[in-house]
Design a protein around this ligand. Structure first.
Ligand code: 26V
Length: 821
């Protein structure tokens, strides 16, 4: 392609590449070329690649500045990037040459790539989605920047104790220097906390005093695939405004002086490890404001450089709120416009509400952010005034539209008056945005009909949209599954499918082709062997790659029902135990794999991990089921581990209680890699089935509309488990018999199933077993049919590219266009 002509490095030949790597070893790393290990080779290679990224980055940013197109900003507290080197090499089209160069130096590219440590600045789905979206916006040549926080400590490292419990260790990921960031020590913003707010006439205000914290920018270049376009994520790091509080210092109070500086630097210390659960920590609110204030100031500075009038702001800037975490950006932009830019209140509100849009990622009530007014008053007194003023006008409009509906007013108010006054961030996000979207069709419908129903009544339906999530096929097929990627490219005749995923449809021509089937199966077998080797080397366990691999990997949460999976595994175990050796020989051998982290404070999720590990120990050491059933919990799930697991699945499980999983994105990754889906009628599973065909997925369980009544019955007319599902009752009794550890350990979990059963395990159990039986039958009866299903699944996944998703945001929400570099 022509763009490559001007690209540094692409024209370089292997000798030039090796020379540059050696140069970095000797000068940047200050080491002897003959004395480096894989880690040194990784660092030097990364430094060489970084140079090419920076050249493209500069050219991209210069073009944006010159052309000043409308830009979009993606505000996300989480970017779950994983490793960068392999991705950068592939997107730059330089992997082959670099591999050769690295080889010439006596290293193996695989080992070099694996020396890189994951950047784990996210919890799960929401953070990885942000990472896929920046990849796609660069690939689609859209002028999009991400804004995030540069946490010193990323997602904790998960260890499994001898008794099967999760332990957490810190993740000091920046200890090895990070070649992918560019410190911008000159790009700084002062962020104020606390102090005192005064109101003037016309809703204007003055905010002064308190403590200032310095935000310092670190830029991370994001290369597009097969284009020069290289976007940016700007991560903010907190520093004390002055190294010391000089007054205290002079007063001889050294301890106190150092304390102030500590508390400022603390702001970006650590990623909060909660996923779908609100905890209400003051430091978290400080993180949110620090990040919103720094980002908005930066965006405003860039806007002002265009010389345009402030009323033009929404014509040049779109800001996407990734969940409610950045909602403070709304009152902050009001504060900047009204207090600092002298814009009249109503004109300012008009600018604000033409700038923001908000993505909701969960309908679970326990995840909705509400900040106590008291904390707000302390940290952000001026923002509290602004929120009160907005609420006043807003509630008047509500009262006008729905006279005498006090209950509705109470529900829609920005302030919750019950149990201590609290600010409802979702209500504020809706109020300040021109578009609100959910992340899959079903989820968007639930948003409209449940949590935001009042707002739909008030604003009308057109403010509420759906953008079904997507994943980047570069990382989630080309990079993680080289054998399948090569087969697809060879079959379709080019790599164009990586930028137009609907082209995968071309594989359907070969759905019955015996030679193609053979290659397809060989790729899957190869990926299963690769995973088996990893399991052998990390856990010392031998698994047979010829067995069916069944995988469930995601955050551990009761609504995601890893519990249903492990109870189903126990049922399978008991069934096999009761068989004769002849019958056992006919059972479809399975390897069942789990991975995922529990929030450190989520006791029940941790108990479920402990149960999985202990059930695994018993099953894996029982000679009766050897070779027929293996159950493993792989510790420390991460983006990199996902890249190893996903291509190796025959079946993956996405079995949330209907109506609880907003979308899910790993379901898309597994299916793109030819693994079949076993799941509930929930989130994006529904749209996957629509695309790949219902006969190519294994659906089970109750549907969303049934859930409410089932829960009601569990509360008010409970039926004993024994009557509902004797199979489940037997499994629960088995757990309580002590064979996996004392009954008292598991009792709290077993009780949640026997009583209350909020997540409807007992309602869905038999249906789940039935779906598992269908899986066994399909897998063993006709291997050709299975491969055909697998090919069909991959071939029909075009819709789930994050390129489609980001183009929908660009066209239907942000109103931005691609910019050629
Ligand atoms: C919420 C909260 C609440 C307060 C404290 C910490 C914290 C951290 C993260 C979150 C986000 C929860 C929402 C979330 O992760 N949703 C997931 O988003 C995925 C991408 O849209 C989607 O595929 C998953 O179904 C959904 O659970």
């Amino acid at each position: 392609a022509t763009w490559k002509a001007g690209l540094r490095g692409v024209d370089s030949d292997v000798p030039e590449i090796t020379k540059n790597i050696v140069h970095h070893v000797q000068t940047t790393l200050a080491r002897q070329a003959y004395n480096i290990d894989d880690m040194g080779a990784y660092q030097a290679t990364a430094l060489a690649v970084r140079e090419d990224l920076i050249v493209n980055w500069n050219e991209t940013q210069l073009t944006y500045t010159k052309k000043s197109p409308k830009r979009a900003y993606y505000l996300s507290l989480e970017f779950l990037m994983g490793r960068t080197l392999d991705n950068a090499l592939l997107n730059l089209g330089m992997k082959d040459k670099f591999s050769e160069g690295v080889n010439k130096l006596g290293f193996n590219m695989e080992d070099v790539l694996h020396s890189e440590r994951d950047a784990a600045l996210g919890n799960g789905g929401l953070g990885r989605l942000a990472a896929c979206y920046v990849d796609s916006s660069a690939t689609c040549e859209l002028p999009v920047w991400g804004y995030g926080l540069r946490y010193q400590y990323g997602m904790f490292q998960q260890l499994i104790a001898p008794d099967g419990s999760q332990l957490e260790a810190p993740d000091p990921w920046l200890d090895n220097s990070n070649p992918w960031e560019i410190p911008r020590l000159d790009v700084t913003v002062d962020v104020r906390f606390g102090g005192h707010a005064e109101k003037l006439e016309g809703n204007r205000g003055i905010w002064s005093g308190g403590q200032e914290v310095l935000a310092i920018a670190y830029d991370c270049p994001i290369p597009g695939s097969d284009t020069k376009s290289t976007n940016n994520i700007r991560f903010w790091s907190a520093r004390p405004r002055r190294g010391f509080d000089l007054q205290s210092f002079n007063a001889g109070n050294y301890e106190r002086a150092v304390e102030t500086s500590n508390s400022a630097a603390n702001i970006t210390n650590v990623l909060y490890p909660n996923d779908n659960h609100y905890a209400g920590k003051t430091l978290r609110l400080q993180q949110q404001y620090f990040w919103c204030a720094a980002s908005l100031s930066d965006i405003m500075r860039r806007f002002k450089n265009t010389g345009k009038d402030i009323s033009e702001f929404p014509n040049l800037v779109a800001i996407q709120l990734n969940d409610t975490h950045p909602t403070l950006a709304i009152p902050e932009l009001m504060r900047i416009l009204v207090d600092e830019e002298d814009v009249e209140w109503n004109a300012a509100w008009d600018i604000v509400t033409r700038t923001f849009s908000y993505t909701n990622h969960t309908v679970l009530p326990e995840a909705l952010e509400k900040w106590p007014v008291q904390i707000f008053e302390q940290l952000l007194p001026r923002h509290l005034q602004i929120i009160y003023d907005l609420n006043w006008t807003f509630l008047q409009a509500v009262a006008k539209k729905f006279p005498n509906d006090v209950a509705k007013m109470e529900r829609m108010s920005l302030i919750e008056e019950a149990n201590g006054r609290q600010i409802r961030m979702a209500n504020l996000a809706v109020l300040g945005s021109f578009k609100v979207n959910g992340v899959a069709e079903l989820h968007s419908e639930l948003v409209r009909t449940t949590i935001l129903k009042d707002f739909v009544d008030f604003y009308g339906i057109s403010k509420f949209a759906n953008v079904t999530n997507g994943i980047t096929p570069r990382r989630w097929l080309d990079q993680c599954n080289p054998s399948l990627s090569a087969l697809i490219t060879e079959t379709l005749g080019s790599r164009a499918w990586l930028k137009d995923l609907y082209l995968l449809k071309g594989l359907l021509k070969y759905e019955d082709d015996v030679a193609f089937h053979k290659k397809w199966a060989a790729s899957k077998a190869n990926n299963k062997q690769r995973l088996a080797a990893y399991i052998k080397s990390t856990l010392g366990v031998t698994v047979d790659p010829r067995a069916m691999f069944v995988i469930q990997v995601k955050r551990i949460h009761e609504y995601k029902r890893q519990s249903l999976n492990i109870l189903g595994v126990i049922h399978r175990y008991l069934t096999i135990k009761a068989m004769t050796p002849e019958e056992r020989a006919k059972v479809n051998p399975r390897v069942v794999l789990f991975a995922g982290k529990a929030a450190p404070g989520y006791w029940m999720a941790k108990l479920i991990i402990r149960l999985i590990v202990n059930v695994g120990k018993v099953i894996n050491s029982d000679p009766d089921v050897k070779g027929v059933l293996t159950v493993l919990f792989l510790p420390d799930y991460s983006v990199s581990l996902a890249e190893l697991l996903i291509p190796a699945s025959d079946i993956s499980e996405h079995i949330s209680t209907a109506g609880t999983e907003a979308s899910g994105t790993s379901n898309m990754k597994f299916c793109l890699n030819g693994g079949l889906l076993l799941g509930t009628v929930d989130g994006a599973n529904i749209e996957i089935a629509e695309e790949v065909g219902e006969d190519n997925v294994f659906f089970f369980g109750h549907l969303t509309p049934a859930v409410e009544e089932l829960r009601y019955n569990h509360r008010y007319n409970p039926i004993p488990v024994q009557e509902k599902s004797p199979a489940l009752a037997a499994v629960l009794d088995n757990v309580m018999s002590g064979c996996y550890g004392e009954a008292s350990i598991w009792e709290p979990f077993i009780n949640t199933v026997r009583q209350g059963d909020y997540y409807l395990i007992s309602d869905d159990f038999d249906s789940y077993l039935n779906a598992q039986a269908m899986v066994d039958e399909a897998y063993t009866k006709d291997p050709k049919e299975w491969i055909k299903k697998s090919i069909n699944t991959t071939a029909r996944m075009g819709k789930f590219s994050s390129d489609r998703a980001i183009m929908t945001y660009a066209e239907e929400i942000w109103n931005i266009e691609p910019v050629k570099i």
